[in-house]
Write a protein that binds this ligand. Structure first.
Ligand code: HEC
Ligand code: HEC
Ligand code: HEC
Ligand code: HEC
Length: 306
């Protein structure tokens, strides 16, 4: 009983601290980059944002232990139908002279785009929760593939009026046209675009150089420490190579879809709106891998020596 009371007290103090506007979480090396449960990437019924009523499972909307979709070399344990690479308009040719065609779109970016393409439904999963192995036709009798609807209905409890089964929000809908996005599936060639060598240790990059002296302590000093979430943990030894997938920049080079990164004060303070009651839960630091998010353009300046 005493233990319970102590735990409850600590928990309530934690909530109080998290609720104040200036409370930005800090992360230290070795900590897990977790928190997906309260993030926008929990689409199960225990989630806080866009949720499906029919399952409490969290991982199922992206991963399944068996019968995964390996089309286009999709990984890891991918449980979704995706748009075909040929459906995308790729970036084209960079100033550095690197060309990206739609056939180059890599599996990790296809994975993100299996929701953020604006056409594939959230419930387009290959293996349904529990015993319901889906195969190619399952819940609702639909076929796995872009645009197919598996029969789960979605709504967002927090934002009234959000009733769509697929990504419609302009902000979150990256779409099929990737020519207006930072190049993805682009080979990291450190001889162009001011890119640092791939062996560069992330935490050794001094992001405070040339900035005002206050940069050293700004936002918990994250520019000075430059810690990133790599392979599920906050790391002080990882290199730029660890951010790449098959030597390329993909969506997951900059974002970790599980990391409810609450270390970026600019997003924490910016979020407010109709129907939003839990301000802390609304912000995920945009799932950015870097502790401190993109403060001082730290994400950009980690790869680009500008
Ligand atoms: C919104 C989609 C999504 C959800 C939901 C999701 N994952 Fe992932 N997961 C991914 C993607 C994409 C990758 C590949 C990321 C990369 O390239 O680093 C990944 C990679 C992983 C990895 C290997 C790399 C790492 O960061 O550890 C593990 C382990 C993992 N997921 C476990 C889980 C578990 C367990 C759950 C449920 C609690 C879960 N994931 C929920 C999208 C998701
Ligand atoms: C299973 C579907 C699904 C997959 C796969 C998925 N997302 Fe999301 N993502 C969502 C939904 C749903 C939201 C929240 C939309 C909303 O609340 O309006 C979201 C929100 C986001 C946000 C905004 C977070 C915020 O706090 O505003 C980012 C950034 C993001 N996703 C990036 C990614 C990246 C990068 C990947 C791949 C590594 C990925 N997503 C994979 C469904 C998905
Ligand atoms: C080079 C790094 C990088 C790559 C690669 C990248 N992102 Fe992002 N993304 C960011 C940053 C930084 C932000 C926050 C931008 C800001 O501050 O406005 C962001 C924001 C977002 C948002 C919120 C959009 C907004 O303007 O509010 C979504 C959704 C998203 N990313 C999804 C993706 C997906 C899907 C991919 C792969 C197709 C991807 N990102 C690739 C760095 C990246
Ligand atoms: C993970 C490493 C990485 C990060 C982080 C990163 N970039 Fe890049 N960026 C690249 C690569 C690789 C290229 C392609 C260079 C080439 O081959 O021409 C590139 C190219 C560019 C280009 C040139 C595109 C062209 O058409 O020539 C711009 C501009 C750019 N990045 C801006 C940014 C900004 C802004 C950010 C932060 C939001 C950012 N980058 C973060 C790796 C990165």
């Amino acid at each position: 009983m005493k233990r319970f009371l102590t735990a409850a007290l600590v928990a309530s103090m934690g909530l109080f601290a998290a609720g104040s506007a200036s409370a930005i979480d800090t992360y230290t090396a070795g900590e897990a980059a977790n928190g997906i449960g309260s993030s926008r990437h929990n689409l199960g019924s225990l989630g806080e944002h866009i949720t499906a009523a029919q399952t409490t499972e969290i991982c199922i909307f992206c991963h399944t232990p068996h019968h995964t979709n390996t089309t286009n070399n999709l990984k890891p344990l991918w449980n979704r139908g995706t748009s075909a690479p040929s459906a995308f308009t790729a970036y084209g040719t960079t100033i550095g002279g690197t060309t990206i065609n739609s056939s180059d779109i890599g599996s990790t970016s296809l994975a993100c785009l299996s929701c953020h393409d604006g056409v594939t439904t959230f419930d387009n999963i290959v293996n349904a929760p529990g015993k319901n192995f889906a195969g190619t036709t399952q819940i609702g009798g639909n076929t796995v593939g872009a645009g197919a609807d598996r029969g789960y209905s979605f709504w967002d409890a927090a934002v009234p009026g959000y009733v769509s089964d697929f990504m419609t929000s302009g902000r979150l809908n990256i779409g099929l046209n990737l020519s207006n996005d930072h190049p993805v599936s682009v080979t990291y060639n450190s001889s162009v675009a001011s890119l640092r060598p791939t062996a560069t240790v992330l935490s050794a990059i001094d992001l405070t150089a040339e900035l005002a002296a206050s940069a050293a302590t700004y936002d918990n000093g994250n520019l000075a420490s430059n810690l990133w979430a790599v392979k599920g943990y906050i790391s002080n030894t990882a290199t730029i190579a660890d951010l790449l997938r098959s030597s390329k920049v993909e969506c997951s080079s900059c974002h970790d879809p599980h990391f409810n990164n609450k270390s970026w004060n600019e997003t924490d303070n910016a979020w407010a709106g109709a129907g939003i009651t839990n301000l802390e839960a609304e912000s995920n630091g945009l799932f950015l891998r870097r502790v401190g998010g993109n403060s001082g353009s730290g994400v950009c300046r980690t790869c680009h020596n500008k």
